[in-house]
Ligand binder design. Structure first.
Ligand code: SAM
Length: 294
């Protein structure tokens, strides 16, 4: 082994895997990065420096963790697969400001983890090559828990990234776009070919950066109601917003009442949910609530 090789090279990755007798688990979304350029793009997008912290989800054998450790003041990496913990401890040994946690990130008390591990840094970003089978639950947990995050820079499935960043009117725009954009400003950083992973995934990938907002994109009286209205409006994409809302809010919201409230909110009842902006959904939810429809 060449001591100066980075982890994210095909040679070093294969060497680590062979030496530890590691076998990939498809069920855990294990596709490890072996490309320095992509790692650099991911890390640069997070705008880290020694005053900031990074939370990595799913460090694998530490390819990205190593790069984060080289720029950030504190790094915590949460890995579900017990077999990877001794490997991470070995390869990240030169970086004492890296904490490795063996846990399912969906089960972790993140508020507590932030207090314990990031009290010394000014800002924290999540940076990860996410396991694709749980991308949405992980991102929604990060956003809904209202953690004090600066950016979330993640490698995810390309089509999911496109849905997150989509504008009203297109077929990619839906409940995921609205949920993500409510809490953050998404930007597509780059599209990634599957040749940069071992093993190669069957889907295209993309890096997306979510800059977390200090306050939500729109003012709503009740978040739960807002997202209920959004979900109901997309229940059947081919139906008009009026029909979708009527199915959800009957019997208090009969057709005439719903249509009148839609008009009051400035929305033509024959429109489809996919044409409404986040602001229009906010006005609609607030109008329905004021009318006692919930
Ligand atoms: N960061 C590494 C890289 O880029 O080479 C590995 C990325 S791999 C796509 C996803 C990693 O997430 C795997 O190491 C997998 O074991 C881990 N993982 C899967 N589900 C997880 C969960 N619920 N919580 C924490 N880690 C998880």
């Amino acid at each position: 082994m060449n001591e100066i090789d980075d982890i994210a090279t095909p040679r070093r990755t294969k060497e680590i895997i062979r030496r530890h007798g590691f076998s990939f688990k498809k069920s855990l979304g294990q596709n490890f990065l072996i490309d320095q350029n992509i790692l650099t793009k991911i890390v640069n997008a997070a705008e880290l420096d020694s005053t900031k912290g990074a939370l990595e989800i799913g460090p694998g054998i530490g390819a990205l963790t190593e790069k984060l450790a080289q720029v950030a003041g504190a790094v915590t990496a949460v890995e579900i697969d017990r077999r990877l913990i001794p490997i991470l401890q070995e390869v990240l040994e030169p970086y004492p400001h890296v904490q490795i946690e063996h846990a399912d990130v969906l089960e972790v008390d993140l508020q507590q983890l932030f207090k314990a591990n990031f009290s010394e840094v000014s800002k924290v970003s999540v940076v990860a090559n996410l396991p694709y089978y749980v991308t949405t639950p992980i991102l929604m947990k990060l956003l809904e828990e209202k953690l004090p995050l600066e950016h979330i820079v993640v490698m995810i499935q390309k089509e999911v990234a496109e849905r997150m960043a989509a504008s009203p009117g297109g077929k990619e725009y839906g409940t995921l776009s609205i949920a993500v954009q409510y809490y953050s400003e998404p930007e597509l950083v780059c599209i990634v070919p599957n040749t940069v992973f071992i093993p190669q995934p069957n889907v295209d990938s993309a890096v997306i950066r979510l800059t977390v907002r200090d306050r939500p994109a729109v003012d709503v009286k009740d978040e739960r109601h807002y997202f209920d209205v959004v979900h109901s409006s997309f229940a059947q994409r081919r139906k008009t917003i009026s029909n979708n809302l009527k199915s959800r809010f009957a019997p208090e919201g009969g057709r005439e009442r719903i249509d009148a409230l839609l008009e009051q909110a400035g929305i033509t009842p024959s429109r489809r949910g996919e044409t409404l902006s986040l602001q229009e959904f906010a006005t609609l939810s607030n109008t329905l609530l004021e009318a006692g429809i919930q």
